[in-house]
Structures are given as C-alpha cells and as structure tokens.
Design a protein around this ligand. Structure first.
Ligand code: GDD
Ligand code: MN
Length: 373
C-alpha cells in the first residue's frame, strides 16, 4: 500500500476539517460580531405574551420554573403561562395547579395531554389554548432559568421590529455537570450564534427561551412533530420565509447540565440537531441570500465535516499500521493535543455528531429519557 498517498489524503482532509470551520468563525468575527444590529428595537414594546412550558415528569423543577417566570418584570395583565403536560407520572400537573392557586395574580393555564407524544406535539396542543389576541409565544424548558428579571422584555424588544420573527437566548450552563467542556463549547458557539444573527439569522435556537411572533407560527403550521429539534427547525422555517431569527447578546438563559448521563444527553441533542439539518436540505425556498450561506455552512458543519475527521484518522491509522513514521508522529500529536481543552471540546463534539447520525438510523428519540439534573 502507498502510505505516502494515505498520508497526503489524511492531511488534506484534516486541513479541510479544521480549516473550514476556523475560516468561517474568523470571517463571522471579523465581518459581523461587533456590527450594530440596525434593527428597530423598542424596550417599551409590551405586546401580549404567552409563555409555554412543556413538561414531562418535571415535579422536581416546575415550581422553581414558575417562580422564575413570576419574577419577570413584565406587565402582569399582558403575561400568561401555559403549562402543557404529557401524562407525567410524578405529579407535575398537581404541583403546577397548586402553584397557580397560590399565585392568582399571574394567569396560569394547565393543559394536560392524555398520552406522551413528544415535546413538539405538546407545543402544538398548547397553541390551541393560546388566546387569539396574544402576539408573542415564548417557549421555555422546565429545567432552564432566566437570570435577568427583564428577560421577556429584552427578547420582546427585538420583535418590535417587523422584520424580526423569532428571538432566542445565549446559553450559560448551570448545575453540577462537567461544566468545563460545556462552558468552552458555549462560549465559542455563542459567538457564532450572535454573529450569524447579525448577518441575518441563526439556524440554531435554544429551548431555554424561544420567542416567536404568533402569526408566523401559524403561517408555518406549528411545530414539526417528526423531529426533536422543534426550536431550531421552527426558527429556520421562519428565517427561510425572510424574517430574522436571532439570538441577541443581551438575552441570556441558564440550563441545568445533567449530573448523570452527560454523553447520552449530548448525543441525543446532536441527533435532534442533525435531524433538523437533514430536513432543511429537502426544503426549497426563495431563501434570503445572506441566510442561505449560513444555513449551507451550518448544514455542512453538522452533517459532513465530522466525517472528514473520522476518515482522516482512519487513513492515518492505516498508514501507521504500515509503520509510516510520519503517520505515527501525526497521530501522537493529535492525541497529545487532547490535553488542550478547546481542541478536546471540538473533537468530542465531532464524535457526538457522528454517533448521533448513526443512532438516527434506528431511533429519532422523539420521546426521550429524562436525565437527572
Ligand atoms: N409536554 C411534554 N411532552 N414536554 C416534554 C416532553 C413531552 O413528551 N418531552 C420533554 N418535554 C419537556 C421537558 O419536561 C422539558 O421541559 C423540555 O421539554 C426539554 O426537555 P429536556 O428533557 O430538558 O431536554 P433537553 O434539555 O435535552 O432538550 C433540549 O434539546 C431539545 C432538542 O434536542 C432542549 O433545548 C429542548 O427544548 C429541545 O427540544
Ligand atoms: Mn433541558
């Protein structure tokens, strides 16, 4: 076997694998990250908002979540909460009901589905219970929190601009999980989300806070029930229609990172994200030019780029098996670099994406197992 050829192919693939995302990141940073928004943001804009909390076995968190929403500084008469529960077996609805009876000054509606058919299905059920005069729907997971009292106000302020259709948050991890990796992942990705939002829209939204203009949700026919990433896919459909789907720098949320089952959790979320990008490949729209580039790049980065790394490593391993000194040195170098956190975070993310695409072949994880938080 020609080991020189194997080595050359491996190096070329590795250069593409690391070079394309790096070039994309540097381009976003240079061209967009610090640009002004150029949007008609209005902090005084207070439309009627409905906050939807989907729950499946959240008895341990639902009261804390409702307390968190209750702390929001937003006109009470313009704010309403819908808790949509899908046949929890741990008493979540009872706890939500009890909380609501103790806080009569906030309108809380409890919608109970007789069976669990996934988060997106529950969200569509919730949509049927939203008052017709509500203008904004904010989705938020039960295990996420809003550190600022004016989070709703801040998010909604961007929707005062008619070109903006959806707003999400930037993430900070909380809880007792392996925060380091998660944090590193977030800081880099937050920058990417932000710069993409300034360029037009980001195709990755967060379930901790996803605010949508209700009329647009209706236009796109509600949430996609055949995939896990309801948040990102819905935002992308809205952006494909020409509206902005953004994550501004002043809207933050925290989410609890699981104490147990971290790897399973990361793979499942990667499964949902890759399902979302696979589905966008089949959509043909008159996409805004700037968003088309972003979507194409993110689709490449999530679906194709991870495989280049795997193939490059395999080729190097083959060459090393033929005692090629260069291949052995390169592999040793790649292994030694794992001590460097950003590199390690990148590599593990690629492995999660690969594992996710393989797992998607036999389960889409539309109803997933809860991790302990
Ligand atoms: N009603 C209902 N029915 N709610 C559900 C169901 C369901 O079948 N399954 C999950 N939920 C609720 C949970 O109770 C929680 O409030 C929220 O949906 C998110 O579920 P988590 O178990 O916390 O999942 P996650 O944090 O890993 O999920 C994240 O990624 C998903 C996409 O991969 C979040 O960002 C989700 O919003 C996102 O859909
Ligand atoms: Mn969660």
């Amino acid at each position: 076997m020609n080991t020189a050829l194997l080595e050359a192919a491996a190096v070329a693939l590795a250069v593409v694998h690391f070079g394309v995302p790096l070039a994309y990141y540097l381009h976003l940073r240079r061209a967009w990250l610090r640009r002004p928004w150029g949007l008609g943001r209005d902090p005084g804009y207070t439309p009627r908002v409905v906050v939807v909390v989907p729950t499946y076995n959240e008895a341990g968190l639902i009261e804390r979540k409702l307390d968190d929403i209750y702390r929001q500084d937003y006109p009470r008469e313009k704010l309403e909460v819908v808790v949509v529960d899908s046949a929890s077996t741990d008493g979540t609805p009872e706890k939500a009901r009890r909380w609501a009876s103790k806080h009569p000054d906030l309108k809380v509606r409890l919608v109970e589905e007789p069976a669990r058919r996934g988060k997106a299905h529950a969200l569509n059920t919730a949509l049927k219970h939203i008052p017709p005069d509500a203008e904004v729907v904010i989705l938020t997971d039960a295990d996420s929190f809003w550190p600022q009292r004016d989070t709703v106000r801040r998010a909604v302020a961007y929707l005062a601009d008619p070109t903006v259709g959806a707003v999400s948050c930037l993430k900070r991890p909380a809880g007792q999980g392996p925060g380091g990796v998660e944090e590193a992942y977030r800081s880099l990705y937050n920058q990417v989300r932000l710069a993409e939002s300034k360029a037009h829209s980001t195709p990755v939204f967060h379930g901790e806070l996803a605010a949508y203009r209700k009329s647009l949700l209706e236009e796109i026919g509600g949430f996609p029930e055949d995939l896990g990433a309801d948040d990102s896919h819905t935002a992308t459909l809205i952006a494909l229609k020409g509206h902005r789907a953004i994550t501004p720098e002043d809207v933050w949320c925290t989410e609890l990172v699981p104490r147990k089952g971290y790897t399973r959790w990361r793979i499942r979320r990667a499964q949902h994200l890759t399902q979302h990008f696979q589905k966008t490949l089949r959509i043909r729209h008159r996409t805004p030019k700037q968003f088309k580039k972003i979507l194409l790049m993110e689709t490449y980065l999530h679906l194709l780029n991870p495989w280049l790394l795997l193939v490059a490593a395999t080729l190097l391993a083959l060459a090393a098996a033929h005692k090629s000194p260069l291949a052995i040195i390169l592999l040793a170098l790649a292994a030694a670099l794992l001590a460097y956190k950003p590199y390690r975070t990148w590599i593990t993310t690629q492995l999660y994406l690969i594992a996710a695409m393989i797992r998607n072949l036999h389960t889409k994880e539309i109803t997933w197992e809860k991790q302990t938080k």
